[in-house]
Design a protein around this ligand. Structure first.
Ligand code: HEC
Length: 137
């Protein structure tokens, strides 16, 4: 009986913190994409996006894809909204030419460049719906 009384609050605390982690995806949460995805995305970005969006995502003929203005514009939307733009409208010269895994790789790279941390598992299309765009500290 005594042991239960000691353990019960501990279990409750663990459950509560697990719920918190899945609900608020921010800089303190586990990463939503893998480092391998982001580095594959960096190669795609350099070859197919940087000529318009800049090698540092600072924007040239296309808008910036990293930094304060970009994050402000997208705050409140999800990574799925961003994924949709990339999948259907980009690259501007050849829309919808990236394969779905490539879209997720380039999206992972954009998240990485906006200070989202890498995690242990790959970003999936389903997961993008749970990722809120918000400034990472
Ligand atoms: C030929 C130039 C060009 C290329 C190449 C290009 N883009 Fe774009 N991109 C643009 C322009 C211009 C816009 C703005 C379109 C608009 O507002 O209607 C844009 C918009 C975007 C947006 C939305 C940005 C925002 O804040 O609304 C994303 C995300 C994006 N591009 C990602 C990519 C990715 C990823 C690639 C490479 C796979 C890519 N683009 C390749 C020109 C380009």
């Amino acid at each position: 009986m005594k042991l239960v009384r000691v353990l019960a609050p501990l279990v409750l605390t663990l459950v509560a913190s697990a719920a918190f982690t899945t609900q608020s995806l921010n800089a303190q949460s586990p990463g939503v994409y893998s480092a391998a995805q982001a580095s594959a995305g960096a190669k795609i970005f350099a070859a197919q996006c940087s000529m318009c969006h800049g090698v540092k995502l600072e924007g040239i003929s296309g808008p910036p894809l990293a930094g304060g203005d970009f994050m402000s514009k997208w705050t409140g939307q999800t990574a799925d909204d961003l994924r949709d733009v990339i999948a259907t409208q980009m690259p501007l010269t050849s829309p919808a030419s990236l394969k779905p895994p490539e879209v997720l790789q380039v999206l992972s790279y954009i998240l990485e460049q906006n200070k989202y941390p890498a995690g242990e598992t790959d970003l999936t299309a389903a997961k993008t719906k749970t990722v809120k765009i918000a400034k990472q500290s």
